[in-house]
Design a protein. Structure first.
Length: 469
């Protein structure tokens, strides 16, 4: 028996129309925000035979995609070119075309502002645009990570400025089928479904990661289930958009807190002369109750350093302090300074000082093998080094140049990893453990290696040059 048949209520007209269009591959899908989340999602719908339109406010991205070009390294140009040539994918900045869509999925950024509070301006602006073009019968889904309540309290009122209605109605679910006493008949449907991708992780194919869906009412949840069910192997329905929003935050807070825990234990282990990485490998052999997390030079990426603070902000409305999140934030954000301190101490032991020293940093991406440097701890380490008077150079195969960023402006180019480039600086910091690095070669030529990732664990010779930190 399929899920639709198990559901205990009569489908709303909008819902049944969307479900049948999905079944016939006639649904038109619009994805707003063609970044790391939106572009691959749009291409997944294309791959399954849906006519898909990508909307973005950045004309340069729209133009590149229109010409079949990529701007995200792990998304092959051939896939984009095929989608464009097959006329199944269109990229546009003409938002009036939102009217033609059956499902509209929002994948816009949710950063923190300068006071480290949620910056919902992207959701706000997108919602206003969608509202201006909303037509009866559409399903709108938010994918951006955000605090519980955003879909119902922020997005819904903005969409209803269109004059169209979407009633909020509780429903219950066992994760698959949906049981309610009363269904809602509105003008449009609205749901939240978080993105759960782990960039650079080749072990899990995107379509195999179960897709969480929470609707503001049962019809919205069921329509969103039909849409995502055409692309993802498994959908998991939760009882509201708030529950779906909280689920995503739990996942990211779990990572943030556990990384802080191992970072703290690393600092203690260093003092005690214990190798924390050996400890983690040993603990990992326990077949239950332990998940391995690894220490590093600090948190990076668009999610883990940011998302938990969305909940911290929302919790204040309830007079509640999220102590684990605050503490994890404190521990994790102190890690770049710890790296610089470890370097400074290592130079001291060699009767050298950081001021005036030439330091080569390897890896500016926030984690290995990806071309994303958002919130990367490497950038903060570079800034701390410069403040202490060091002369900083870097190498990263994914970033030939460091252009001006919101917080940083280094204006540096990646050096070539020649024996001289490694041996001339007083020290080399391994900040990101990219797989392409030959760590034996690095240690052989460098004078001093500060290893923040245990990347040199298999290097047999010259171990006296390595400082684990
Ligand atoms: N990157 C990840 O791995 C990841 C994983 C899970 C969740 N998320 C969440 O997904 C959301 C999107 O993240 P991302 O990494 O794709 O961001 P991104 O910066 O890579 O992409 C966002 C895109 O939205 C566009 N945009 C901004 N404002 C717009 C507007 N008003 N209308 C249309 N387009 C607009 C930007 O030009 C950009 O192309 C965020 O909430 C993030 O927290 C990201």
């Amino acid at each position: 028996m399929n899920d639709q048949k198990r559901d205990s209520t009569r489908p709303s007209t909008i819902e049944s129309s969307i479900v049948s269009k999905i079944e016939q591959k006639a649904a038109r899908v619009g994805v707003i925000g063609l970044g790391y989340v939106g572009l691959p999602l749009a291409l997944s719908f294309v791959q399954k035979g849906f006519e898909t339109t990508g909307f973005d406010t950045d004309p340069a991205k729209v133009e590149k995609l229109g010409n079949g070009k990529t701007y995200i390294r792990h998304i092959p140009e051939a896939q984009i070119a095929r989608a464009i040539e097959g006329k199944r994918f269109h990229a546009t900045d003409d938002f009036s075309r939102l009217r033609e869509m059956d499902a509209i999925i929002m994948c816009v950024p949710t950063p923190l502002d300068t006071h480290r509070e949620p910056d919902l301006s992207f959701i706000h602006n997108t919602a206003k645009t969608v509202s201006a073009h909303l037509v009866p019968g559409q399903l709108v889904v938010l994918e951006s990570t955000t605090y519980p309540g955003t879909t119902e309290e922020v997005l819904l009122p903005l969409l209803e400025e269109s004059g169209l209605r979407c009633p909020v109605r509780p429903y219950s679910t066992d994760g698959n089928s949906i049981a309610i006493s009363e269904d809602a008949e509105g003008d449009f449907l609205l749901a939240f479904s978080p993105e759960r991708e782990d960039p650079g992780n080749k072990e899990f194919e995107r379509a195999q990661i179960p897709k969480i869906i929470g609707g503001v009412n049962a019809a919205s949840a069921r329509a969103a289930r039909a849409v995502y069910g055409s692309v993802f192997a498994r959908t998991v329905i939760v009882s509201s958009s708030r529950t779906a929003e909280m689920t995503k935050l739990l996942e990211n807070i779990y990572r943030c807190v556990n990384i802080a825990l191992v970072n703290e234990l690393k600092l203690l282990s260093l003092r005690m002369g214990i190798d924390i990485f050996e400890v983690i490998e040993a603990a990992k052999t326990k077949p239950f109750g332990f998940t391995a997390f690894y220490p590093g030079p600090g948190l990076g990426g668009h999610c883990i350093p940011i998302d938990p603070f969305y909940l911290t902000w929302k919790a204040r409305e309830y007079g509640f302090t999220t102590r684990f999140i605050e503490l994890a934030g404190e521990v994790n954000s102190a890690m770049p300074a710890h790296v610089v301190e470890a370097l400074s101490e290592a130079l001291n032991r060699r009767k050298q000082c950081l001021h005036g020293a030439r330091i080569l940093l390897l890896g500016v991406a926030y984690k290995k093998d990806i071309d994303d440097l958002r919130e990367s701890p490497s950038l903060e380490i570079m800034e701390l080094l410069l403040k202490q008077g060091a002369r900083v150079e870097y190498h990263d195969p994914y970033f030939p140049r460091l252009h001006r960023m919101r917080r940083y402006d280094f204006q540096l180019a990646s050096v070539e990893l020649t024996p001289e480039a490694l041996s001339e600086p007083e020290a080399v910091i391994i900040a990101t453990d990219h797989s392409i690095y030959d760590y034996s070669y690095i240690v052989r030529h460098a004078r001093l290696v500060i290893d923040t990732r245990n990347a040199t664990r298999n290097v047999k010779e010259n171990r006296d040059k390595i400082v684990q930190c």
